[in-house]
Design a binder for this molecule. Structure first.
Ligand code: CUA
Length: 328
């Protein structure tokens, strides 16, 4: 009997441990894009305000619930005086909230003051409904949905929009900022450590809102400079046949610098192979995914503006893939 009970208890403990482990893994994934794991100055300030308001709210809740319980269970006796009640209303209803709100205002104002307004590096981000255009004026080149920045540098983002309202949000680095057609917004981001920071559009923007991801890739200075240097070069065309297939099927919408392809509707693909992801960070930049995307991107990202390309012969598709995969 006793043995069975111990065994039961042991099993229960194991279940708790497993549950706990699962929960922590969940947190791990969540923390990849967590406002509570800041890696930049602005995000740290925001985190402070978050915890201040959360703990204050918890404190107020506990006190109010305590008073409620006291009121319910207080020993029967004489009625409290009117004066007592009045004083309570003044302190609990006016003085305490005023102090708490002033504290919050103070934190917010000091937080706002330290938000940097200017950066040492400039990047222009233009919102399109299904992708993020990323343009580097210093170097005059363009990429998509992946923003490379040097570590420890204030990077000033100029936020524009073509046809949609997105909200640029990389929680580990900074707060949110909207990209609105006809308006120019600014956001300064800075990463304290090298790494890849996930971002997410934080404004409902249609069918693919949940898949409007982006990435900020923070690199040590030399690595960033090498990347930039690489990106400014024209495309490395090795196979003229592949280039010709591209020209026939894709050049209406896409640019590959250094070739006759100068379409401006979709992302610039000059250095496509140097990117980690496709479809606004939805899928990895691998041959299979790329092939699927070319043939029918609607199965991956329904509603996006790239039409299925059904006229390619298998041999042509292979050639086109070889060509695109060489665009480092
Ligand atoms: Cu853009 Cu949601």
């Amino acid at each position: 009997m006793a043995v069975a009970r111990t065994r039961g208890r042991r099993r229960l403990r194991l279940k708790f441990l497993l549950g706990g482990a699962l929960l922590t893994t969940g947190c791990g994934t969540f923390m990849d894009q967590g406002a509570l794991a800041p890696k930049g100055q602005v995000a740290s300030d925001l985190e402070k305000i978050f915890w201040y308001s959360t703990w204050t709210a918890v404190g107020v809740f506990v006190v109010v619930m305590g008073l409620l319980l006291f009121a319910i269970f207080r020993p029967r006796g004489e009625e409290p005086s009117r004066l007592h009640g009045d004083r309570f209303v003044v302190i609990g209803g006016l003085v305490v909230p005023a102090v708490i709100l002033m504290g919050m205002l103070g934190l917010t104002v000091t937080g706002l003051k330290v938000i940097p307004q200017e950066g040492e590096l400039h990047v222009t981000i233009t919102a399109h409904q299904f992708w993020w255009e990323v343009y580097y004026p210093e170097g005059d080149f363009e990429t998509a949905s992946e923003v490379h920045i040097p570590v420890g540098t204030k990077v000033e983002l100029k936020l524009l929009s073509d046809d949609v309202i997105h909200s640029f949000w990389v929680p580990e680095l900074a707060g949110k900022a909207d990209l609105v057609p006809g308006r120019e917004n600014r956001l300064v981001i800075e990463a304290e450590e090298p790494g890849t920071y996930r971002g997410q559009c934080a404004e409902y923007c249609g069918l693919q809102h949940a898949n409007m991801l982006l990435r900020v890739i923070a690199q040590p200075h030399e690595e960033f400079e090498a990347w930039k240097e690489e990106q400014t070069r024209p495309a490395a065309v090795r196979d003229p046949r592949g280039a010709e297939i591209f020209q026939r099927n894709c050049a209406g919408c896409h640019t590959i610098r250094g070739t006759p392809a100068t379409g401006e509707f979709g992302p610039d693909l000059t250095h496509l192979a140097s990117r980690e992801s496709l479809g606004s960070v939805m899928i990895p930049n691998e041959r299979g995914h790329l092939a699927g995307w070319i043939v029918n991107s609607q199965t991956t990202k329904p509603g996006n503006e790239m039409p299925p390309i059904t006229t390619l012969e298998p041999e042509e598709l292979r050639r086109l893939l070889d060509y695109l995969e060489a665009l480092k």
